[in-house]
Design a protein around this ligand. Sequence first.
Ligand code: NAG
Length: 327
Amino acid sequence: MRISNTPAEAALLSTFLFPFLSAAVGNIDCNHVRVDKTSFDLSPLGGPRSVLHSVDLGVSLQNTTYTIDICRPLERAADVPKEQQCPGGTRVCGIERVINKQDQKSMLDKVIPIAGELKNQGGGVLDAKWILLSNSGSHADSEKEGLRLEAHGGFFGSGKEKKTQTAIVEFLCDKERTGLENLWNSEDQYTEKRKRADGDDSEPLVDDKDLPSLTFVKYDTSRPSEDILRLEWRTKHACIGAKEEKDAEQGHRWGFFTWFILIAFLSTATYLIFGSWLNYNRYGARGWDLLPHGDTIRDVPYLLKDWIRRVVNTVQGGGSRGGYAAV
Ligand SMILES: *[C@@H]1O[C@H](CO)[C@@H](O)[C@H](O)[C@H]1NC(C)=O
């Protein structure tokens, strides 16, 4: 076997390998979550998604925004000071502000990295675990359709006061929701890596449509050494069989494409054969003259040769000028 030895080949190789590497390092492979032989594609939920939890403190409001990206680490907008954001590698981040009711002045109070790959930042490892709700032990869970994510790695405070953080997110099957309805448009702006092309962002009509799909359940700080954030996410992507349905749909589309090519090919063949037969019988044509549009078809090889020569000239010309190798 030949090992790649040019930079171009190495680059090509790494683009093919990179998705696998990043999936392994990131620990959450959001477009192919596999639990107990059931697969889920949660990639439509990817990107920074926020939920607000507000507590009325009388003269002020304590607003905490929890932001989660199940597909990749969160990345704050570039102009935010370092101490006002969760460290790199964070997947779930809590930012608490106290807002004075009278003058609406808001003060940043706490920044809590709750889950992520945070070993180098003073926390731990993400160690994401997925559980199928119907297979989990409790009676309450066995009624639900969906899956649960448990993610670790977060920390808050330092020294003796340091508490580890855990995020538990229940993804519940709701056929009427994509999972992106009415999400809290946080003032904590994160950069969104990639825009989805598959119109999954369109919001279907829902009965309880004022309710956001991602909701805050609890931030439990009662334990001495660990705080637990619980979120709930209603989405059709947590329904069992949703991924299979989507894959089948894609297979269907591919099937249509194959048929299209086949029919186009057969039509062309029929046209050529029938045309030739017509030319033969009616005009007594022979050789090249048999084919309908024989003149044009005869010219194709020359046209092609000419075109290739022009392309080669352009590429070689560009190569000697710019110094970039042709790919
Ligand atoms: C704080 O929470 C309240 C809901 O209790 C909301 O109306 C308000 O917009 C929030 N303010 C900020 C700055 O997040």
